[in-house]
Design a protein. Structure first.
Ligand code: F6P
Length: 512
């Protein structure tokens, strides 16, 4: 029986029956994360068929190709060497160069901490403003937010990404240019938003620190020529973001130097170490225990066969509140595609819309929709308390995550409601029914440390790459974002303009 036939067979079966007759408890452990995948539309026969189908796509071979530096990004003719940024050692020259590229960031952080690198006036920097967008923003923003309580005293960190002028104005608000270091991160050094914000920050610094303004910049890029030109001959520091590290895989790179400077030094170290542990797991664990392979398989099953077009990421962790935004770029920019590297359409669905937020906060918002709307969206719970300093909080957070997953799966029938609440008017009882049937994955760890964040993000990176292999995609390019950039250039004053009547109407209206 092929996979689509299995999916068609299972779709109408009440979920409670699948769960009862199904695979009972299905879970595995990776680097201290427990990953429970029991609540899926899979029984033993479907799982066997899925495992066989996936074996034909040789995911272990894909893992070897990634770690041996083969060209896994054919449209740009590149390897993907982000894993080398957290490797303890590497065994070929390109990976070595990537591994050592983040050392300059750590050296700068220690120079600032020890007073060897100061502001132009010889005093310590009191503020760091990180300017970047997309993969040059989400990662450092996530780490800084997750470990805000590990920040070093006396230095404040701000972020700016948006082209809306207010974003930079808020990032600079109240800061003294003479005490501020601006970190500009752009792999290409050609991204409009980042160049706009950097040039405004340069004007702001020039006014105050005049000739020495470049001493207040650190630029992180794969394009040192452009960065050098931007510095206009002044002596600014340029750090390497290797070409073989994709923007959305660059959280481990010198692009996170603002975190190295402003957080206690064990954060970035633990973060990279945790990722290295996950790399070892993904390379060595057999397929049936390999967390990345198993999660990629489920992504393939849910999107391509069950037809689920979305996935909700429910992070029961204060430290992970920015994770949904981070993973949106990682998964959707990597696998939101329809054509394979050979130029042929892959047919069928690929990666789902990923959205979500912070539990329990989302329970007071979109969980109503998750429970009772006619749409079924698989949920992914991540239970990872930020601290275990208070038992009541951890117990409550845990109970709520477990309860949501159980109700989404099992629902509550009219019969159960009538039995438990016999006095209820029929029309109210009907509105209280939860259909259930919402599959979920439950990922948990007792407390979220920097190591755990590193291993979790590395797991998602590998899962994303492997799911891309299953869908027949190149996960490392992003042609879909280019057209909008070109069009924006045309629509600016002096550009070619548009042939679209709605756009032209809006231009007339907006320009007054
Ligand atoms: O949004 C497209 C994109 O190219 C992302 O892939 C990238 O992370 C982001 O822009 C920023 O690019 P850069 O680091 O080159 O400024």
């Amino acid at each position: 029986m092929d996979l689509m036939t299995h999916a068609d067979r299972l779709r109408p079966v009440p979920f409670r029956e699948i769960l009862k007759a199904g695979r009972t408890i299905s879970e595995f452990d990776a680097c201290g994360w427990d990953i429970n995948v029991s609540r899926q539309y899979l029984d033993e026969a479907a799982e066997r068929a899925l495992t066989e189908a996936v074996a034909e796509k040789d995911l272990p071979g894909a893992i070897d190709r990634l770690f041996s530096g083969e060209t896994v990004n054919p449209s740009e003719g590149r390897a993907a060497l982000h894993w080398a940024l957290r490797a303890y050692e590497t065994d070929f020259a390109d990976a070595d160069r990537v591994r050592t590229s983040s050392e300059a960031a750590e050296a700068l952080a220690s120079d600032i901490a020890n007073g060897r690198k100061t502001a132009a006036n010889g005093k310590p920097f009191k503020a760091i403003v990180h300017i970047g967008i997309g993969g040059s923003d989400f990662g450092p923003r996530l780490i800084a937010d997750a470990f805000h309580d590990s920040r070093l005293p006396g230095v404040e960190l701000r972020f700016c990404a948006n082209l809306d002028p207010l974003d930079l104005e808020l990032a600079l608000d109240g800061l003294n240019p003479a005490e501020t270091l601006v970190v500009g991160v752009s792999k290409s050094f050609g991204t409009e938003e980042t160049l706009y914000n950097l040039s405004r920050a340069r004007d702001w610094l020039r006014k105050d620190v005049s000739a020495d303004w470049a001493k207040h910049f650190v630029l992180v890029t794969a394009n040192p020529e452009r960065a050098t030109a931007w510095l206009e001959g002044a002596d600014g520091l340029i750090l390497d973001l290797p070409e073989s590290v994709g923007g959305r895989f660059s959280i481990w790179s010198a692009g996170s130097v603002a975190c190295s400077i402003t957080l206690s030094s064990d954060v970035m170290k633990g973060f990279r170490d945790g990722a290295a542990d996950m790399d070892a797991h993904v390379q060595n664990a057999p397929a049936h225990e390999n967390a990345a392979i198993q999660l990629a398989m489920l992504d393939y099953w849910n999107a391509s066969f069950m037809g689920f077009g979305a996935r909700a990421l429910l992070a029961y962790s204060r430290r992970l509140r920015l994770l949904p935004a981070y993973l949106q770029q990682l998964e959707m920019e990597s696998n939101g595609k329809s054509v394979g590297p050979d130029g042929v359409g892959v047919g069928g669905s690929t990666t789902p819309l990923l959205w979500g937020g912070e539990g329990t906060i989302g329970q007071h918002s979109y969980h109503q929709w998750l429970h009772q709307s006619p749409s079924i969206v698989p949920a992914e719970f991540i239970l990872a308390p930020g601290a275990r300093s208070d038992d009541d909080g951890v117990t409550g957070l845990t109970a709520h995550a477990l309860a949501q997953a159980e109700v989404l799966a099992n629902g509550r029938t009219l019969e159960e409601i009538q039995q438990e609440e016999p006095e209820l008017p029929a029309e109210i009882a009907a509105q209280k029914v939860h259909a259930g049937g919402r599959p979920s994955t439950f990922i948990s760890t007792p407390v979220l440390t920097p190591q755990k964040l590193g291993s979790l993000i590395a797991l998602y990176e590998h899962r994303t790459y492997l799911a891309g292999v299953l869908w027949g995609l190149n996960s490392f390019d992003q042609w879909g974002v280019e057209r909008g950039k070109t069009m924006a250039g045309r629509l600016k004053p002096g550009g070619e303009g548009s042939n679209d009547p709605v756009t032209n109407h809006l231009i007339d209206m907006l320009r007054g």
